[in-house]
Design a protein around this ligand. Structure first.
Ligand code: HSE
Length: 331
């Protein structure tokens, strides 16, 4: 049995989902040889630290009841720099403009040779290659399945399950908020602004939903896929981006009457990385409803492989984090 000491840095919806999943899967993890001990949890204001392993149920209750995880006055970055552990689970809110504190946390972890599993898109969309190089030179493992498609396992599908296949192109829906808004606009014949509040209530929209509806979130995910699956050296500026803000209920209805849906489609093909609303035949596998994500990979020897699943949500995103943890430490 391997004991892995971990920190959870960032304790919003995803961080709390990770804590719940670690609690519920603790016996399973032990059965496959992983004794995962969380020695530190940090939110934006406080931290809880115990080198013998925290009681995660107590940390979760405290967060719900008091809004904070503990009484220690130490930042997530300081935890990474000063506390002995093997794994950082980085779940701070994403910052697509600068990479934010998540970028600092990842670099701090790699400088100490600590492994990182993250759901944080911003640092990867901005500095994918640099982060990969620092991780490699320090011998750290770096896994980020949770950054794209939530519970839908697209990165590991392409790199592990479809190993040996060349992935020729990819198209899909990588933003549940836009998909939900477009479906609801069609049902209600109302403009997108009215549906944004509904998506926010579902807890899937970005803190600033402009990132969803203008296609920025999809573009960041495409950058990560372009690098991770297609071996490109892409950043956000390489993506052409059109969001859904100009789609009207009338356009959706016209498309519907002709047998089509309008979907926000992200695509990597050749050197082209593109996000734009597109007409999708209603019987096409990409025409998924509600908050679902979908991705269709064209491969050289397997042909098309399409996968769909829940692209957002606390437990769903935590599931992708758990699978990355297991893939690093499984005996
Ligand atoms: N706002 C994102 C979405 C969350 O709607 O898909 C998951 O990255």
């Amino acid at each position: 049995m391997k004991t892995i000491r971990a920190s959870i840095i960032g304790f919003g919806a995803v961080g709390q989902g990770v804590a719940k999943v670690i609690l519920s899967k603790s016996d399973y993890l032990k059965n496959i040889g992983i004794d995962l001990k969380v020695v530190a949890v940090a939110d934006s204001r406080t931290a809880a630290v115990d080198s013998n392993g925290l009681d995660l149920s107590a940390v979760l209750s405290r967060k719900t009841e008091q809004g904070t995880v503990g009484t220690d006055n130490i930042s997530g970055t300081e935890i990474i720099k000063t506390i002995d552990h093997e794994l950082v689970i980085e779940t701070t809110p994403t910052n697509i403009d600068t990479g934010g504190v998540g970028l600092d946390n990842m670099v701090a972890a790699f400088e100490k040779g600590i492994d990182v599993v993250t759901s944080n898109k911003g640092p990867l969309a901005l500095k994918y290659c640099e982060l990969g190089e620092i991780a490699k030179s320090s011998g750290s493992q770096f896994k980020f399945e949770a950054t794209v498609g939530g519970a839908m396992p697209i990165i590991n599908l392409a790199s592990e399950t479809l190993a040996g296949n060349k992935i020729l192109s990819m198209e899909g829906i990588l933003n549940g908020t836009c998909n939900y808004i477009l479906c609801r606009m069609m049902e209600e014949h109302a403009p997108y602004e009215q549906m944004v509040a509904e998506a926010q209530e579902l807890g899937i929209a970005e803190t600033d939903p402009t990132y969803d509806v203008e296609g920025i979130d999809t573009a960041c995910k495409l950058v990560i896929l372009a690098n991770a699956i297609f071996g490109m050296n892409a950043t956000y500026k390489d993506v052409t981006v059109t969001g859904i803000t100009k789609i009207t209920p009338e356009a959706l209805l016209m498309a519907h009457n002709d047998g089509y849906d309008i979907k926000l489609i992200g695509e990597v093909s050749g050197s082209k990385i593109n996000v734009a609303p597109k007409l999708v035949p209603k019987d096409n596998p990409l025409a998924v409803g509600g908050t679902l994500n979908v991705a269709s990979l064209q491969t050289d020897i397997s042909g098309p492989v399409t996968i769909t699943g829940r692209g957002a949500g606390s437990i769903e995103t935590a599931s992708a984090i758990l699978s990355d943890i297991i893939s690093i430490y499984r005996e």
